[in-house]
Design a protein around this ligand. Structure first.
Ligand SMILES: Cc1ncc(COP(=O)(O)O)c(C=O)c1O
Length: 287
């Protein structure tokens, strides 16, 4: 449990920290967020996360709550006040507070909240458990590239997975193509050994973990194809995994009733995980 959180310019006791009931993120989901990992006191991929935060704000014409520099100071202060060295930061920016009305006044002052939570990270691939996912219709809007707090379809999909006794869900568009996980990007390794993840578009979130993996894969001469794939292709894949800031690289061992890779994490997933963990760990050791 965080001890202190940042709310609109003040560091306050987390217990009892509050935003106004007319905050537009509460009333209209009119806000955006980021989750950033913290490893050994270091903020992992802070630059790309803040870049995406500013992009999300820009796409929705929400004012930034401050400069990149001032946000970085707040993130460090929240980590320090909560003594978090391994865990995650949560940032949320809403358009601000106004009398409830779909149209909003011009020049609104954004509301900004930052919390930090401690949790451990896996130290190696052996510590990582595979998961079972179900396929579920993607019921989201057409701007999934914006990281908004409007996560109801994702929440319902995740609850559907729970009800089905699975760990998560992969969302499928009307065209039968996999979009992404409820809070992750989806990947497969085909029988021919091709690593595939969907190309960026408004149908998926541009995951920072995805971006990092693509960058180091290129540097290591690994080939990754960015293209959409069908649910049937995923079910017939040699390996499958999903990536996100909080779950890193997670082997997917079952999609609906289809067992992937004999039900055990595969070698390509291990290579990607290990390389990603190396990148992750390079942020550790910050004072
Ligand atoms: C819908 C969705 N896709 C993908 C991701 C992965 O993004 P990242 O790697 O930046 O955590 C997330 C993370 O929350 C997500 O919610």
């Amino acid at each position: 449990m965080p001890v202190q959180s940042y709310v609109n310019g003040r560091y306050v006791r987390h217990h009892g920290a509050a935003i106004h009931i007319e905050d537009r993120s509460y009333q209209f989901a009119d806000g955006v967020y980021e989750v950033i990992a913290v490893y050994g006191g270091g903020i992992v991929d802070e630059g790309p996360h803040l870049e995406r935060l500013f992009r999300s704000l820009g796409e929705l014409n929400i004012a930034a709550p401050g400069s990149e520099r001032s946000i970085k100071v707040i993130l460090r202060e929240v980590l320090f006040r909560n003594r978090v060295r391994d865990g995650a930061l949560y940032l949320q920016v809403s358009r601000g507070v106004a009398v409830r009305n779909h149209a909003h006044p011009p020049d609104m002052k954004p509301a900004f909240v930052v919390t930090a939570r401690a949790h451990p990270w896996p130290k190696d691939f052996a510590a990582v458990e595979g998961i079972a996912v179900i396929a579920i219709a993607d019921q989201r809007w057409s701007r999934c590239d914006i990281k908004t707090v409007s996560l109801l379809p994702n929440v319902l999909a995740r609850m559907g997975a729970d009800t089905a006794g699975a760990d998560d869900a992969w969302m499928i568009g009307e065209d039968g193509l996999v979009t992404e996980g409820t809070a992750s990007n989806a990947w497969i390794v085909t029988d021919a050994g091709e690593i595939v993840t969907r190309q960026l578009s408004q149908a998926i979130l541009a995951g920072v973990t995805r971006r990092t993996i693509l960058e180091f894969a290129a540097a290591r001469g690994m080939t990754i194809t960015e293209r959409a794939f069908t649910l049937s292709e995923a079910k017939a894949a040699r390996e499958a995994f999903q990536t996100s800031t909080t779950a890193l690289v997670k082997p997917v061992l079952k999609i609906d009733a289809a067992v992937i890779g004999g039900g055990a994490p595969g070698p390509v997933t291990e290579v990607v995980f290990t390389a990603y963990l190396e990148h992750f760990a390079s942020f550790g050791g910050a004072a």
